[in-house]
Design a binder for this molecule. Sequence first.
Ligand SMILES: [Zn+2]
Length: 387
Amino acid sequence: MVQILMQFISTPSYSIALNGEVFGFFKGQRGLRQGGPLSPLIFTICLEYFSRILQIVQKHAKFRFHPLCKRIGISHLCFADDLILFCKGDRASIELMVNAFNFFSKASGLQLNRGKCNFYYNGVDEGLVKEVERATGMCRGNVPFGYLGVSVSPKRLSILDCNCLVDKVVDRIRGLGSKQLSYAGRTCHGGLKVCRAEKQGGLGIKNLQIWNCAAIAKYVWWIKKKENHLWVKWVHAIYIKGDICKDYEPPLNSSLAWRKICQIKTLMKDCIWAQNVHYSINYGYSWLLPDTGTVDLAFMASEQRLLTQVRLMNMGIAQHNSCYLCGIMPEDHKHLFIACVYSATCCRLVSDWCSFQIPLANCIQWWIALRSRTLTQKKALTSLSPH
Ligand SMILES: [Zn+2]
């Protein structure tokens, strides 16, 4: 088995494609065939050896974990040819890590590209930093750094930090060709309306901001189900420390990303914690953006699922949450139907006009009750109400 694998690693050769023609034939010393279907698997087998070396290092008396990785014992993350090692910033732990890698390097023949490696630290003595730089030949890196095409930083990312992601998406859209591009371009302006189903006069296009909320809620679902993902375990160990409930509040010192996820959790708790639900992003999306052509408006209002300004702002779609009718208070369901001066005035005028008292404090329930009755019942109900 080992011999077969070594054949894969030691025999690749390379050619150069120039203007559509292939030139040359270079023999590689070591490394995997680029794009070979077996390459990712073989790489994983090689890295498994390194993982096992690190497991031995973790048991060393002088090794200390990175403070946020201690609880679930993470010392490294690797994916494709990216490798991140974590440890506490003390001399002994760093030395153990470097020695472990050198040992692996000798055994496997895989070597670091030192120009592409960096180390990152916080609150470490400058003298030690210089020493590590000398000993490893690696430079101190600056955050954010890219991992799997995403910027990684302990601080809030700026728009500038996300530019590489935006560029990728723009490139992808360009690749769609001019016909689809003009179609996409046209639909950018319609807002929520184009996202309605085609039968309702929309174009049936997904609203990406709402889709993003539904996708983030999938994380909450995983956490609730305690799915077997490293990240889910980490969140449980560091932030939740028990079961997540509907009304869980994130600790004040938690990361921005975690607070955002919790904001979506609050917004969608009735969807995620509903009985007999197996959450999917599609399900969450249609819960957030219901098919308004077929849904009972009064029912949606009583379930607090209308897209009020407060909800739109929580989803990151609206820039402010104040009511469009009075311009003063935040526009949530209670405000829109009961508390708003404008709504109350409308309600009173209608009441006077029909000489019929609408119970303002629970007008939504009254509205539902009214809708569910037959026409004769409705007439009887309205005639009985106090004038
Ligand atoms: Zn108002």
